[in-house]
Design a protein around this ligand. Structure first.
Ligand code: BGC
Length: 252
């Protein structure tokens, strides 16, 4: 591993339903400090198998020290309260304690969209932005992060706002666009309805749009007509890993 400034390094792991990513991170810049490893999430995302993979990734990177983990669930004080695209056996478990035991170092765990949002706020499109900022990941589901003057309000779960009687993430996520073979225009219309609903409840100063769909933002962003200022996420694929490492440094 090439180390530029050993005093400002962290390590982040991003757990998703299909892949688990990990990398050392320069905390002062949000850049990766070494290669990002990615492995497939073990079938079913069961706790024992996921913990073993996380331990392997940390050891494989030669990292010893605190680890931040982004996890696809509501995570209150280290404990999973929901589980999205991983085993429901996680619910009620102390994810931070399970992973700390596997890794042999302190572990901070937070919701995956909160981690991605934190990375954007510190090193991306939200850097230095005061007031209320809503960060969204449009991917398999819709994840949300809410910030007020840069401080995270954790576990907001705004992807599950109801629109026309439906859970918003089943209508306006990137996965919904792909599943229903929607045109960009039709999908953008749904995203617009969703953003208007979120705006009516939160009145954010800025909304940062990330997740898989943000890679093709030029196709749909210009089609959106909404009140708040919009920005595209800058950190893209690395946001979860970077945010997990930031959270570990900020909240450990
Ligand atoms: C979950 C959130 C998660 C988001 C992105 C949603 O279905 O409820 O907790 O952040 O998916 O993974």
């Amino acid at each position: 591993m090439t180390v530029r400034d050993p005093g400002a390094l962290g390590f982040g792991v991003d757990i998703g339903g299909t892949g688990i990513k990990a990398a050392p991170v320069h905390l002062d810049t949000g850049e990766l400090a070494g290669a990002r490893a990615r492995v497939r999430t073990p079938h079913g995302g069961e706790p024992e198998a996921v913990c073993a993979v996380v331990a392997d990734l940390v050891a494989g990177a030669g990292w010893s020290g605190p680890v931040g983990v982004a996890f696809p669930a509501v995570v209150q004080h280290g404990i999973a309260r929901t589980a999205a695209n991983v085993s429901h056996r996680w619910i009620g478990r102390d994810v931070a304690a399970d992973m700390a035991a596997a890794v042999g170092a302190p572990v901070t765990v937070l919701n995956d969209a909160d981690a991605a949002g934190l990375a954007e706020m510190r090193h991306g499109a939200g850097r230095g932005v005061p007031g209320v900022v809503l960060t969204l990941t449009l991917g398999t589901g819709i994840g949300s992060g809410l910030f007020t003057d840069g401080t995270l309000v954790p576990n907001t779960e705004f992807g599950h706002l109801e629109i026309d009687g439906h859970d918003a993430e089943t209508q306006a996520s990137e996965a919904a666009r792909e599943r229903e073979h929607l045109t960009w225009t039709d999908w953008a219309h749904r995203v617009e309805l969703y953003l208007r609903r979120a705006d009516a409840l939160l009145w954010p100063d800025l909304v940062i749009l990330g997740g898989g769909a943000s890679k093709k933002a030029d196709r749909w962003l210009p089609l959106l007509d909404v009140r708040p200022e919009l920005a595209v996420a800058v950190l893209r694929n690395a946001a979860g890993v970077v945010g997990a490492a930031m959270a570990c440094a900020e909240y450990c």
